[in-house]
Design a protein around this ligand. Structure first.
Ligand SMILES: CC(=O)N[C@H]1[C@@H](OP(=O)(O)OP(=O)(O)OC[C@H]2O[C@@H](n3ccc(=O)[nH]c3=O)[C@H](O)[C@@H]2O)O[C@H](CO)[C@@H](O)[C@@H]1O[C@H](C)C(=O)N[C@@H](C)C(=O)N[C@H](CCC(=O)O)C(=O)O
Ligand SMILES: Nc1ncnc2c1ncn2[C@@H]1O[C@H](COP(=O)(O)OP(=O)(O)OP(=O)(O)O)[C@@H](O)[C@H]1O
Ligand SMILES: N[C@H](CCC[C@H](N)C(=O)O)C(=O)O
Ligand SMILES: [Mg+2]
Length: 508
């Protein structure tokens, strides 16, 4: 592809063209290969424009920059090298990537999920529904990326546009017709998802998280709401919106004003797509999916009330994508476990339940603990909750998570969860502010493996141990190192030790 073709339709302030061949596009100098366009963008922690020389030395064929200074410098030092000055780096990155990867977005029906909690779960459910109807899918989200049957690791919930378009193109090459992706509020705000047309847009809920980045809940909501306006693309054809969320009404109004067909879901009469006659047990979430087109029983192997919402959202999106109610009900019975989302760790002979879950907000903790309480029974076993809070993330949620955990649990174990650049002790101290107000018994153990051992060993027959915050994650991130860590593996090890000590009562 020629430089001019790669720049087709890109809004530029000024440009110098040359008839060079372009092999690809990159936004990180460290990834540039011979023939790539390097899009140099200003960021929050550094400035990509500082790395233009490195990109050129690695063989960049041309430069797109959001800096007038860098543009002028490039023009004077490399007068025959093509360069474009743009006003928005990420928009240009998306537009160039769409060209370089031959517009794969036009050949995929894209469904995107936003909301504070439930994005990953809902995306996994929708992927399973669509696959059960024989569709070939791309899935892009927090845990992993799926390109048809190939599983790839994910670095971000929503990657940069270059990586999105590259994955779409791989999907098209593998025969995919559908894409299901999570859209994080960071990605919406930064416009990593510029020029991606959505067929279906799903909203799960809005509760506190990420205020380190968005600062206010209003701005956090506005970032999510952008998905329903279309980010550099037309508004979604269909908007699937949680009518029970306090922000649901406003979002529905916005979606309708933008010309989207609205499918509102929920438990109450305000929703057009409802769950009636809900029955919840461990390993069974059952309800009647009541829709304007008819009613069908959904009998899923998932656990917990939040999954009623996730199932409703995914079912509405599946309907919007042309599945029948019967197909959805059939697929619901065969749904698989979403890794690290209410994942039960087999406990052998120990008569306790151990659950690993990704709850990392006060709302998610409250829901998780309420579910734990339901499962042990109001006067039955105890709920033991282990959690920590991420470093370099919203500090204001720490005492709130502390309070939420303490209010619902009989015993809490506070530990570390990706301290990142922060001092783990200081993070724990901020969590403790919320716990102290409640008087609930609390054990502090900074070392997460040690804490898991304490929590499980503290359990008696009939208790439930909730290990929250890391879910599927496979590492613990500290300031100076990232070490392998897996809640399920650590819990399994502790349970094995307990079983060894206790022996098998069925033996002998
Ligand atoms: C706050 C945030 O979203 N930051 C992301 C953002 O950073 P930024 O815009 O500040 O960019 P920067 O790091 O200053 O770099 C500027 C430019 O220089 C480039 N660069 C940098 C160094 C170099 O040697 N060469 C080079 O070219 C970078 O590639 C970039 O293009 O763009 C970077 C490049 O893609 C990301 O690595 C970075 O993710 C950081 C590490 C991060 O932690 N992000 C999290 C908060 C995040 O995005 N999370 C959401 C969802 C969270 C959830 O699921 O709840 C997600 O979608 O993953
Ligand atoms: N619909 C829901 N409403 C409220 N809480 C939920 C819902 N679904 C899941 N949760 C809780 O939130 C946790 C995270 O769920 P999930 O990974 O699906 O959300 P997410 O939006 O993708 O999160 P992240 O933005 O961190 O990737 C779950 O482990 C569970 O505790
Ligand atoms: N993906 C989210 C949640 C991470 C959850 C928790 N394990 C943490 O590190 O805070 C984030 O990066 O904010
Ligand atoms: Mg997610």
């Amino acid at each position: 592809m020629l430089w001019a073709e790669a720049l087709k339709g890109v809004t530029v302030v000024e440009r110098f063209d040359a008839p060079v061949q372009v092999a690809g596009v990159e936004y990180d100098s460290r990834r540039v290969q011979h023939g790539d366009i390097f899009v140099a963008m200003r960021g929050g922690s550094t400035d990509g424009n500082r790395f233009i020389d490195i990109a050129v030395s690695r063989g960049a064929a041309g430069i797109v920059t959001d800096s007038r200074e860098a543009y002028d410098a490039h023009r004077s030092t490399r007068p025959i090298s093509p360069v474009a000055l743009v006003s928005h780096g990420r928009r240009a990155l998306a537009e160039v990537a769409a060209n370089v990867f031959s517009h794969p977005e036009e050949r995929l029906a894209i469904s995107a999920v936003t909301g504070t909690n439930g994005k990953t779960t809902t995306a996994y459910l929708l992927e399973q529904f669509l696959k059960s109807a024989g569709r070939t899918c791309v899935l892009i989200g927090t845990i992993e990326t799926h390109v048809a049957d190939e599983v790839r690791s994910s670095e971000h919930t929503t990657p940069e546009a270059r990586d999105l378009f590259a994955t779409f193109a791989d999907g098209v090459a593998a025969g995919a017709t559908e894409t299901i992706m999570e859209m994080s509020s960071h990605a919406l705000d930064q416009e990593r998802v510029w020029s991606i047309p959505l067929d279906v847009a799903l909203f799960t809920n809005l509760t506190q998280d990420h205020l380190d980045y968005h600062v206010t809940m209003d701005r956090y909501f506005e970032a999510k709401a952008r998905m329903f306006e279309g980010v550099g693309a037309k508004a979604p054809r269909v908007a699937v919106i949680n009518a029970d969320d306090p922000h649901g009404d406003l979002l529905q109004q916005k979606a309708m004003a933008n010309g989207s067909e609205v499918m509102s879901y929920g438990l109450g009469p305000r929703a057009a797509y409802r769950a009636d006659n809900i029955s919840l047990r461990a390993g069974a979430t059952i309800f009647d999916f009541d829709t304007p087109a008819g009613c069908v029983p959904i009998m899923s192997p998932l656990t917990g009330r939040v999954n009623v919402y996730n199932l409703l959202a995914a079912s509405c999106a599946a309907l919007a994508r042309g599945l029948s109610l019967g197909e959805i009900a059939g697929a619901a019975e065969r749904l698989g476990q979403v890794p690290g989302r209410f994942q039960v760790v087999p406990s052998g002979n120990a008569k306790i339940a151990v659950v690993v879950d990704y709850a990392h907000t006060d709302d998610a903790l409250r829901n998780l603990i309420a579910l734990g309480r339901e499962l042990v029974g109001p006067h039955g076993g105890r709920v033991i909750t282990l959690f920590g809070c991420g470093g370099d993330r919203d500090r204001t949620k720490r005492p709130k998570m502390g309070r939420a955990a303490a209010e619902g649990s009989d015993l809490i174990v506070v530990t570390s969860d990706n301290p990142r650049s922060e001092d783990p002790e200081k993070i724990i101290e901020e969590i403790m502010v919320g716990i102290r107000e409640t008087g609930t018994i609390c054990i502090v153990e900074e070392d997460r493996a040690g804490a898991i051992s304490i929590a499980i060993r503290a359990a008696r027959a009939g208790d439930i141990v909730l290990i929250a915050g890391k879910g599927h994650e496979k590492v613990q991130i500290f300031a100076d190192e990232t070490v392998p860590f897996d809640d399920v593996a650590v819990a399994t090890g502790v349970l094995a030790e307990l079983n060894e000590v206790d022996g098998d009562p069925n033996e002998a």
